[in-house]
Ligand binder design. Sequence first.
Ligand code: NAG
Ligand code: NAG
Ligand code: NAG
Ligand code: NAG
Ligand code: NAG
Ligand code: NAG
Ligand code: NAG
Length: 839
Amino acid sequence: MRLLVIGLLSALIGASLIAPIQNAPMDGDQSLVVSSTEAVPEKENGKEGKPVAKIPSVPQIYEMHIRSDIKNRFSHTTVTSKVRNFADKAQEAVFNIVLPETAYISGFIMEVDGKNYTAYVKEKEEAKREYDQAISSGQSAAHVAVSARDSNRFTVSVNIEPAKKAAFYLSYEQLLNRQDGRYEQVVNIHPGQPVKDLSVEVVIVESRKLINLNAPPLRSGNEIDTSNKELDPRADIEKLNDTAAIVRFTPNLERQKQLAHVFGTKEDDGLAGQFIVQYDVERDPSGGEVLVQDGYFVHFFAPADLKPLPKQVVFILDTSGSMWGQKIQQLKEAMLKILDQLNEQDSFNLVEFNSNTRIWDLNNHSNSEWYPHSNNYWYSETNQRVVNLENGSFPRAYSANADNIKKAKDAVNALQSDGSTDMYKGLEVGLHLIEVERTDKNNKVKRQPIIIFLTDGEPTDYSTEIITTKTSEFNSGPRKAPIFALSFGEGADKTFLQKLSLRNNGFSRHIYEAADASLQLQDFYKQISSPLLSDVTFKYEPTITSLTKTDFPIHFGGSEIVIAGWCGTVTPIPTIDGFGREGHISLKPVVSKSISNVERLWAYLTISQLLEQKEAMEDKKEELKKKALEIALKYEFVTAVSSLVVVKPNETKPVDTEEAKKKPEQLHYHPLTTTITSNKFSAQSAIASGFGGAVAGFPSMPSQSFGLAFESPLPMPGVAISQESDIDALFEARPTMIPIVNTTTKSTLEVLLESLEWLKDVLTDGFVKGPTGTYKLGVNETISDVVVCAKTPLNQEGHCTLLHECPQVHKLLQKADDFFNHMCILKNEFAGVCCPNNP
Ligand SMILES: *[C@@H]1O[C@H](CO)[C@@H](O)[C@H](O)[C@H]1NC(C)=O
Ligand SMILES: *[C@@H]1O[C@H](CO)[C@@H](O)[C@H](O)[C@H]1NC(C)=O
Ligand SMILES: *[C@@H]1O[C@H](CO)[C@@H](O)[C@H](O)[C@H]1NC(C)=O
Ligand SMILES: *[C@@H]1O[C@H](CO)[C@@H](O)[C@H](O)[C@H]1NC(C)=O
Ligand SMILES: *[C@@H]1O[C@H](CO)[C@@H](O)[C@H](O)[C@H]1NC(C)=O
Ligand SMILES: *[C@@H]1O[C@H](CO)[C@@H](O)[C@H](O)[C@H]1NC(C)=O
Ligand SMILES: *[C@@H]1O[C@H](CO)[C@@H](O)[C@H](O)[C@H]1NC(C)=O
């Protein structure tokens, strides 16, 4: 209950006012992995990680093989996990995989008792109805999600009969993103127990020479690499030739326990960490490389020989009350390092905002004026000087010379947290500072503007929608400057900041509230510290279609632009234009035949970009979603718009959810778990909470039942949802990946007859005979008339619907009279039921 209260507080009030709560020690980010066994009640018999008896209390994983095949940066990973139940009673095996946030699941097979159940990808439909039905059957359970940063989780459990085996095969795909001059394949390992035969194999084949191939120390997944020598994976790196290599990691039982020890986890929980392979490829001189195969092409562009553009960086930093304590210390620490990395040719400004906004005057701190709030009702002060952008005396950008950097550091050290979170003024002032420099004809050097906007809370001046709209309007046309938004900690509204950035030519990152926050900030800065080109455009032959994005406002050093499309038999030789340090440049790529099929890479990239656009755009959402769905279904990718379907013979039902509708920013994370048991189907809503507290496991499942859960991106400590009252909230959550379980087309009538045993007694040829007359049941109808009725089975006011359209009350209709008591008539001919209004 306490979690719930905190969660709602944080959602409603915004982080600014609840700093002490946010600093509570139970930080979800700390508790990586070892989740698989949490859901299994038997586990609790164990004491201090010592096995209870010789016979293991959970089915044993005797083999876990993970293999990634990377071709042209596109990686396909298969996880195979084989388990055996050594006990003399049926036990639940939980297959729990953490996969990178940017990966799409592309296949899942469950082998039980020698039989394969193959999942397939399907559109989400009918989900809410089924879900409501499930909830009305009264099943619910809570479950604390565990995490690794920037990851998703996939969980399936299955009951295994005594002495029987099961196997899980999961595959997922992803385009490796070049950052900091290298690609990184991250493989999460967390079987939840030591595994006798554990291996990871990463096979890389590229078309250009591999360079800097290495396997750095294992990571916990929840903090930035600290290069702990003890965590050296001792990987076997085998170079097959210049362009291909295999990297193997095969820790034996003893080594797994040792590593668990280094990570500070229980030996008996086995290894829980990330195995990483990094590499880069040799670049051709400039225009990049176009690879063609089977009518599709991919273009990799990462020019190696360009000098960085001079830049004007405006730091807009949240110093509201909630930043108090560790967070502002970490921000200061990071800023001191970041300031050191500015180049002499750069310029910068330091802006802070809380209830008001201040632009630091580095030459005379006491001259740094506080500009009043834009729309802040909570902290209004009366004796403020009123200025607007035209008549305020704003300091100009400071050149990044040693003297100014030193002064800026003094200013950073003087930052104090206090007040509310008046975001818009901060953004407006920051954008104004850039505009002043851009339009000053005396400026000889043209600098690439960059806005770094950091906040840990929700705005207290305007709604997030208004801020996004106002900022995007203000920041448009030739003045448009990229905004990179950083959400710091769990109180920040990630969704809003993502949208704000995407609509303003930038991207956003989440900074996890943890000991390494300062390192995370520096890491982020590194990504954008070196703009090489601005306004990069790729022009292909007109016959080339299905192109992914071709315009890029900035290209940063260390990253890579990837474009894919359909070229048929035409050889794509685009012209690449952009503005570098020496002015306009025009480049041509080299073209060759690809060593692999690039069609899936194209599909992956297209879906990712469509989904991203969908997040950023106000209009065309449906159209973008439809397009993304089409491709996701064709290529069988599980994404935010498609779901995985697990087929089980005889009895299955669709379960899925719709897309977010309202208040998404208050609800960060909503895993759902569904369970299919014999012919009945129940769903468990999970409490989204990163607080790491103990929560009940799954109810025990009868043999041959299985559950399937997908979870949306990272759990957010501080946001909790109760199961019963916030069912709708669960459906407003984004992005959900809830399973559909295939139905062997059961008719609406069959479903009704199954859940309402009395129905057959009062039904004749589709007509219900009630005390007041005979009416149609209307199983094939949908009636959208809004008819208010007085008495739902829960005794509230509701609206009249057909019986099949109100599954949530079925459980309350135990006998025919229950129905007749709440019956209402639709269109003078249909028997409806008084259905609760959604809150
Ligand atoms: C089930 O599928 C896996 C993965 O494709 C395969 O290795 C295994 O042999 C299959 N098992 C059966 C019983 O068909
Ligand atoms: C390098 O080895 C890989 C994998 O064996 C192979 O596919 C590729 O053709 C080889 N490349 C060259 C240039 O020999
Ligand atoms: C610094 O600014 C304050 C307030 O505007 C002013 O009173 C003071 O004279 C300034 N100091 C210097 C050295 O310019
Ligand atoms: C700036 O302009 C606003 C509105 O035009 C006015 O109210 C305010 O007094 C002006 N401030 C200064 C310092 O001139
Ligand atoms: C379920 O399917 C299996 C084989 O597909 C069949 O043998 C069995 O009779 C079916 N059970 C029911 C209840 O229909
Ligand atoms: C459900 O699964 C069966 C195979 O068990 C398949 O033939 C059928 O097409 C699936 N139904 C739907 C609606 O996808
Ligand atoms: C509803 O539709 C099904 C399938 O089209 C049909 O078999 C059935 O007779 C219809 N029921 C009624 C009451 O119209």
